[in-house]
Design a protein around this ligand. Structure first.
Ligand code: HEM
Ligand code: HEM
Length: 203
């Protein structure tokens, strides 16, 4: 991993943590989820564009699942699955007014990544099978399940959209908390790839 040294706190270095693929994935996901959400809730009553945004999310999440196994270190799931001990220890000190310098997703960030990916899988799966009984916007796989099931899927799809909203608000809230309270900018690393991290790199 490439590093550069400038005036940094002791034991901290600047390293390329987020690879280009992961960063492109993140910002494309933001665009597609926000567009899909808004089109679903406020878009035209014929939801073709909403479906396209949904298919894009399916593609992006599929890419991320593969990248989680074959991507570089910080992108790999196995490197941000933390045990309860590490997570509780991190939580105990989360209020400290100093940057975490975590070399990847910290234990709380990791939980939020898994929650966001899970709810997006739920949302796209329910969308594919949803039949809201409006005779226009029928998910492409709804014909393979019973009518009742397809209508349940539409209801679950609606609830999933609320869960996405809650998780994204929490996600952005956490990033603001890191910036304002802990004086740690997480956004710039998600743009440039470079992050200030502990030199020892222990998770
Ligand atoms: C629909 C909106 C959003 C979704 C679905 C979303 C989803 C995600 C996901 C899945 C990750 C994990 C990246 C990975 O390892 O694959 C992540 C990380 C991150 N996101 Fe978002 N995000 C959203 C909006 C935003 C916005 C608006 C910002 C900036 C203000 C942001 C900043 C970040 C940052 C900084 C990280 C890295 C956190 C860390 O250092 O652990 N996200 N986001
Ligand atoms: C992350 C991706 C997605 C998000 C954020 C999302 C979000 C939404 C939202 C907010 C609504 C409006 C719910 C309401 O107000 O009742 C909606 C409706 C709908 N979506 Fe999605 N959706 C996604 C993916 C998909 C996919 C992949 C499909 C199928 C190809 C799909 C099919 C539908 C259908 C058929 C409706 C109408 C359901 C109804 O009116 O009750 N969605 N979606």
């Amino acid at each position: 991993m490439k590093t550069t040294q400038t005036e940094l706190p002791p034991g901290v270095e600047k390293a390329r943590i987020w690879d280009l693929g992961l960063r492109l994935f993140h910002w494309a996901l933001v665009i597609c989820v926000v567009t899909g959400w808004l089109l679903g809730r406020y878009g035209p009553s014929i939801m073709t564009l909403h479906f396209y945004a949904g298919y894009a999310v399916i593609g992006l999440v599929a890419y991320r699942l593969v990248w989680g196994f074959v991507g570089p270190r910080a992108a790999r799931f196995v490197h941000f699955i933390y045990g309860p001990g590490t997570t509780l220890n991190y939580l105990r000190n989360i209020g400290a007014r100093k940057p975490s310098y975590w070399p990847g997703h910290n234990p709380m960030g990791a939980l939020s990544v898994f929650a966001i990916l899970a709810v997006l899988i739920f949302q796209t799966a329910t969308g594919l099978f949803a039949d809201p009984d409006d005779f226009i916007n029928v998910g492409p796989l709804a014909k393979y399940v019973a009518t009742d099931t397809a209508q349940d899927m539409a209801r679950l799809h609606y609830r999933g959209s609320l869960a996405i909203l809650a998780l994204v608000v929490l996600h952005i809230g956490a990033i603001v908390f890191y910036k304002k309270w802990k004086n740690e900018d997480l956004i710039r690393p998600m743009i440039t790839g470079w992050k200030l991290v502990r030199r020892d790199r222990q998770g």
